[in-house]
Design a protein around this ligand. Structure first.
Ligand code: NDP
Ligand code: 8X3
Length: 262
């Protein structure tokens, strides 16, 4: 049964990876979408690709979730466009570097904290009041296994994902007395541009992260998000931790020897 057809979803970080796959899956399910990211060329080509899928409307908006004034202006633009937001996918996020704290850089920390925590809060603060006023809506945050277990040199990235988990729990308490739901989908390793961004474009280093691993793919997480959204209104999935079958914890992973075991 499709309970989300005809609704409207905002997807932050729709230009790549999990956000892009989720945008496609939502459109396939008949959900109208508003796609957000900083790279306009990617937004436009994705919108062109999915426009008309199941007769859905697709809007795009170049927006940096760290830009608080820009996020508020975005919310006003939605009002002017007559868009009622039923679903918010707080997906925009990133990691920067893999260093001990004593070797880390302030710029990397700012990027992660400002995007993964404050960016999520900026968008949520702008759109949640409308959902509460309508007593209807569903927010899905992208957490991570990194919000459940820390790993070596993951320090600040892990802290941001622990914060996402805490915010999901805390905002659910804030929402008591309303029918608005907030969920979190927390993946283990997913093959996306995540490591390319973490290692600032070093494609070789990024590739080694996924080498020999039957990682999750963005479409798997899109499936999980669609499942969470499609539950009956009386049910709220607070947290869905999703791992590749070959990864039982950040530290326990079946990795095929490179070169097919030679
Ligand atoms: P990608 O790098 O493939 O995609 C990240 C997306 O976030 C891009 O669309 C990027 O768009 C957007 N983004 C980054 N910063 C901003 C910003 N300031 N404003 C607006 N958009 C922004 O990574 P993933 O798809 O893997 O990551 C998506 C989410 O999933 C993140 O929150 C990540 O932490 C989480 N996650 C990822 C896992 C993985 O293994 N890949 C595992 C667990 C969680 P643009 O650059 O155009 O702005
Ligand atoms: C991304 C997955 O394990 O690299 O959240 O932190 S991990």
């Amino acid at each position: 049964m499709n309970r989300i057809r005809g609704k409207t979803a905002i997807v932050t970080g729709a230009t790549a990876g999990i956000g892009e796959a989720t945008a496609r899956s939502l459109a396939d399910a008949g959900v109208h979408t508003v796609l957000i990211g900083r790279r306009s060329d990617r937004l436009e080509s994705l919108a062109a690709d999915i426009a008309g899928r199941s007769g859905t409307e697709v809007r795009t908006r170049v927006l940096d979730v760290r830009d608080r004034a820009g996020v508020i202006a975005f919310a006003h633009w939605l009002e002017r466009e007559g868009v009622t937001v039923d679903i918010l996918i707080n997906n925009a996020g990133l990691s920067r570097g893999l260093d001990t704290v004593q070797e880390g850089t302030h710029d990397d920390w700012d990027d992660m904290i400002d995007t993964n925590i404050k960016g999520l809060l900026n968008v949520t603060r702008a759109l949640l009041p409308g959902m509460i006023a309508r007593d209807s809506g569903h927010v899905v945050n992208l957490g991570s296994i990194a919000g459940h277990m820390v790993y070596p040199k993951g320090n600040v990235y892990c802290a941001t994902k622990y914060a996402v988990r805490a915010l999901t729990e805390a905002i659910n308490i804030d929402l008591i007395g309303t029918r608005v739901r907030m969920s979190s989908v927390d993946p283990g390793m997913v093959e996306t541009e995540f490591s390319l961004v973490r290692f600032r474009g070093d494609a070789q280093r990024a590739a080694t992260v996924y080498e020999g691993v039957d990682s999750l793919m963005p479409e798997d997480i899109a499936d999980a998000i669609l499942f969470v959204l499609n539950t009956r209104p009386r049910m709220n999935v607070l947290n869905m931790l999703v791992m590749p079958t070959v990864q039982r914890s950040p530290f326990v992973m079946d990795r095929e020897p490179v070169g097919g075991g030679q």
